[in-house]
Design a protein around this ligand. Structure first.
Ligand code: ADE
Ligand code: ZN
Ligand code: ZN
Length: 239
């Protein structure tokens, strides 16, 4: 996601944190709001060492289900890093600064694994190499899904996050809180194959309204899911 997507997910997660976990975040991690750390992992990407944390997982072309030994042999993909940082955040044997860093990665990567293009194909770098036309604009498929399909409709990020969260049902919460980072990976993979790469276009080569509408719907649901799951993960990990 772009900065806005990460902030929306952080806002939603924050609405669902248990009071004890809020306290832990403030007291032990010196973090008052998740939005303040949500984009840190993208800002430090160019620093030495950061290169070994991928914000995506490339599942083998033609395959739907993630297999660690095949798709992430170095365990540096978003899927495996979520497990690694989840364990590190609550590991008392780790230095404090390393646990803070793990939390900052975790908040970011749980969001990124919900962006369907982050489960795209290696050959087009998750849509980065695919140029698309949206109305009169040209962009690439990855950027479109990172930010172009987020439909704020003039609202602030907080208002948009509140509106998404207000539509959440108890059934969705129950359903979405099952499963781990591998399940989230496979879900995003299915979405990118069904809605991402199926480039419906009009006669002039512009993306069809139907494609964009479906994409906006998928993006809204993925942002909400990511927020619900991030909160649940933090509520279990930071008691
Ligand atoms: N961003 C950069 N490279 C990528 C890839 N191969 N897949 C998904 N997202 C990416
Ligand atoms: Zn992206
Ligand atoms: Zn990222």
């Amino acid at each position: 996601w772009g900065p806005e997507g990460h902030r929306i997910v952080a806002h939603i997660a924050e609405m669902r944190l248990e009071p004890a976990v809020r306290n832990t975040l403030e007291r032990d991690f010196n973090i008052k709001h998740l939005t303040s750390i949500a984009n840190w992992a993208d800002r430090i990407k160019k620093e030495p060492g950061a290169a070994d944390v991928l914000h995506y997982t490339n599942i083998a072309e033609g395959e739907r289900a993630y297999v660690q030994r095949r798709d992430c042999p170095r365990r540096n993909c978003v899927t495996e890093k979520i497990f690694e940082y989840r364990d590190r955040v609550s590991d008392p044997a780790r230095a404090h600064a390393r646990r803070v860093e793990a939390l900052k990665f975790l908040v970011h990567l749980v969001a990124d694994v919900h962006q369907p293009m982050h489960l795209g194909n290696a050959r087009d770098r998750g849509g980065n190499e695919i140029t698309v036309r949206v109305g009169r604009h040209r962009t690439n498929l990855h950027a479109l899904w990172d930010s172009g399909l987020i439909d704020l409709d003039g609202q602030s990020l907080l208002h948009y996050a509140r509106a998404l969260h207000a539509g959440l049902t108890p059934e969705q919460v129950q359903d979405w809180q099952r499963g781990d980072a591998v399940a989230w990976t496979n879900e995003s993979r299915a979405l990118v194959l069904t809605y991402g790469y199926d480039l419906l276009q009009d006669e002039r080569g512009r993306l069809a309204v139907r494609y964009l509408e479906r994409g906006r719907q998928v993006v809204a649901t993925q942002l909400l899911k990511a927020g619900v799951r991030l909160a649940h993960l933090l509520n279990r990990t930071l008691q």
